[in-house]
Structure formats: C-alpha cells, structure tokens
Design a protein around this ligand. Structure first.
Ligand code: DIG
Ligand code: MN
Ligand code: MN
Length: 386
C-alpha cells in the first residue's frame, strides 16, 4: 500500500542516509559509508533519487585517481540500482576557507574560490544528470553586523548567482537553480532567511526565470513560520523547483527529523497542498536518523519518511472525498454571486459603485465559521476514526 515508486520522486542526499551521527556535542556513532554503499541503501529502501554536495561524493583533498575511482563506483551503483541523480549542490560551508561566508565573504579571494568550486561542482552534477542545482548559503551571514555591510553581501551574492546562471546557460546544462533559505545556524544570522525573502531576491537576478526556491520544513519552522503558507507562495510564483522534507520543533536548532515525525498536522496540510496542486518536482528528504540509530534503524528512518508521505497522501484523498468535510467546505466558501459586480480588474465605474454600495456591517460580523467542526473532522481523519 505505501511502497515508494519512481513516480513519487522520493530522493535522499548522500549526507542524509550517510549521516554518521556527529553533532556539535558528540563524535560519530555510525561508520561512514561510501557514496556507492549509500546508493545501494537508497535502492534497497526503494527511493528514486540520490543528491550530493560535491564533497559528499569527492573529498575536497582527493587526488584525480581517487576521484575517478569514487565516480566509477558511484556510477556502477546508480546503474545497478536504477537510482538517479536529480539534484546536486556545492559544499560552501564545511571548509575553514568559508568561515566568513563563501559568496558573501569579505575576502575577495574566498568569493572567487567559492565561485571556482561551484563551477566545478556544477560540472560534476551535470556529469551525473542533475537538473536542479541547489544553493544553501549556510555560511552567508554574520555574528556581528559591525564587519559587513548587508548591501555589499547582497550585491556579492547576486553577482555570484548571475555568473553561475550564465555559466549553466553557456554550458547548455539545462539546469534550474533552487535557492534554499534558513534563518540561522551555523551563522548567527543567515542572509535571505525565509522563502519570502528568497522569492523577492530572485526577482533582482538577471536570469530570474531559471531560479526558484528549495524550501525546507525545518528552516521555516526554526523561524516560527507556517511552512504550508511559505510553500504556497512559492507555488503561486511558479518557483517551487525542489523541496526539502523533514520535521522540526519550533524555536529549536535544525533538527532535520524524519518527515512527519513531529508535526503530523502540518505535514498533512503540506502533502495536501503539493498533491492538490500537482507538484511534480523531487520530494527530497533532507533529514537524518536519530544519533541513537544503528544502520538498520537508519533504513527504518528512510522508509518512514516515504511511508508517512504516502499515508498522508492517502489521507488527502480521503479528505477530498469525505462528504461531511466537503459539505462543510462548501458552506464555508459559499458565494451567492451578490458581490460579482465588484470582483476582478479595476474600473472607475466599479470603484464608484462599490463606494456607493450599502453594507450591513453588523450582519457581516455575526456570521461565524464552523472551523472547530472542520478541524475536528480533520483530526479524526488523521487519527483514523473516519
Ligand atoms: C541543509 O538544509 C542544506 C544542505 O544540506 C544542502 O545544501 C541543501 C540541499 O538539500 N540543504
Ligand atoms: Mn535543515
Ligand atoms: Mn536542506
């Protein structure tokens, strides 16, 4: 019933299933897997795609011979499993060179090195067929604003992305770029912290048509925001090129929990938004298992991400077919057409007529909405009693 299939477009980053359990207060608890071993695991749990940062695949200090061997083994694992590479990205946050940012570093040599590293990483992603290229600016931020003018940072970030877009076009890679916001961590504050701020920034780029967003559940939740509303704005703008699914307690560090592990109601409304609107880009689980998990439990984590999505997808179909729920929605959204004359585009006549219209304000304030009934039906559907 809830078996993942290629058409679901479920993907995992090498760093998710390969997560060794290191955290800011503890050493790794699981052995490191090779990229090929991770691909075989992804194939075993039935996922469709695998994503990577350049250095998840090729260590930053690998020799050409080592890189060739790793790529060959990775390619064989892809061939053996049928797993594909939908997305690639650059690690512009781990190496000390990026300690003060990559594209927004105050050091022009670091900014140039970040671009150098990114162009080569884009080539690597293209080599394995990635059609979406993600930028998460993990180090693009500050702890103090004394040392960096945020306008300079924005200008540098824009220049870098304009350069990257031109490179992708020049190379004919056919890739789209997806920008991933996060409000903080590892920097005290990260520039362009939310989906809304990223959507506004995209419109300032030279090739905004090829740039969208990669919203992550945990990141909007860290900012105390409603993730479903953020994704709706991205959908409305035609900019939901990719999505990072996981879960997160509000106001905590980036927990990257298994999808649906914490806020099942929010996950339900997210799946409803995606499925009701025919979202057909990758569903990437940017998450990792608990530090307490062994390798078998990591597989349970991966299966759980996909099963929960598919169970919620079934609940969405049930919600959309539930007569009582749909009758309530029809009542809530009823429109007798009395206001049709005032809808749509502006005209001077329409404005004059609207200004002259007499409204019964008291009556308007007396109309309640049965949201308690509707929400309880939704909860009961999610609890499996409808
Ligand atoms: C973290 O949420 C970021 C990085 O893992 C990566 O650059 C991006 C891709 O999913 N998500
Ligand atoms: Mn995250
Ligand atoms: Mn992410």
């Amino acid at each position: 019933m809830y078996t993942p299939k290629p058409e679901h477009k479920f993907s995992f980053g090498l760093w998710t299933i390969g997560n060794t359990g290191r955290d800011p207060f503890g050493e790794p608890v699981r052995n490191a897997l090779t990229p090929a071993e991770i691909v075989y695991t992804i194939g075993e749990v039935g996922a469709w795609g695998v994503n990577f940062h350049d250095n998840d695949l090729i260590p930053i200090d690998a020799t050409a011979a080592q890189a060739a061997q790793i790529k060959s083994a990775f390619r064989k694992a892809l061939d053996d499993t049928g797993v594909i590479v939908p997305m690639a990205t650059t690690n512009l946050f781990t190496d000390p060179a990026f300690r003060d940012g990559a594209f927004t570093s105050n050091d022009p040599q670091v900014r140039a090195y970040a671009l150098h590293k990114t162009l080569r990483a884009i080539d690597l992603g293209a080599e394995f067929g990635a059609k979406t290229y993600v930028f998460w600016g993990g180090r693009e931020g500050t702890e103090t604003d004394a040392g960096k003018n945020p306008l300079d940072a924005g200008k540098w970030f824009r220049e870098a992305l304009n350069f990257v877009c031109e490179y992708v076009i020049d190379q004919g890679y056919g890739m789209r770029i997806a920008l991933e916001p996060k409000p903080n961590e590892p920097r005290g504050d990260i520039y362009l912290p939310t989906v809304g701020s990223m959507l506004a920034f995209i419109e300032t780029l030279d090739h905004s048509e090829m740039v969208g967003v990669n919203p992550e559940v945990a990141h909007e939740h860290m900012a105390g925001l409603n993730f479903v509303h953020a994704v709706a704005q991205a959908l409305d703008a035609g900019k939901l090129f990719h999505i990072d699914l996981n879960d997160q307690s509000f106001g905590r560090y980036d927990q990257d929990f298994r999808f649906g592990a914490h806020n099942i109601k929010s996950a339900f409304f997210l799946v409803k938004l995606l499925e009701d609107n025919g979202y057909d880009n990758p569903r990437h689980f940017d998450a990792h298992a608990y530090r307490t998990s062994d390798r078998e439990d990591v597989k349970a984590f991966a299966r759980g991400c996909m099963r929960t999505y598919l169970i919620l997808k079934e609940r969405v179909a049930q919600f959309n077919a539930d007569a009582e729920i749909q009758a309530l929605l029809a009542e809530i959204t009823a429109d007798d057409g009395a206001m049709d004359a005032y809808k749509g585009a502006y005209s001077a006549e329409k404005a004059a007529a609207l200004k002259a219209h007499t409204f019964d304000r008291i009556a308007l304030g007396q109309r309640g909405q049965p949201y308690e009934r509707l929400d309880q039906l939704t909860i009961e559907l999610l609890l499996g009693v409808r």
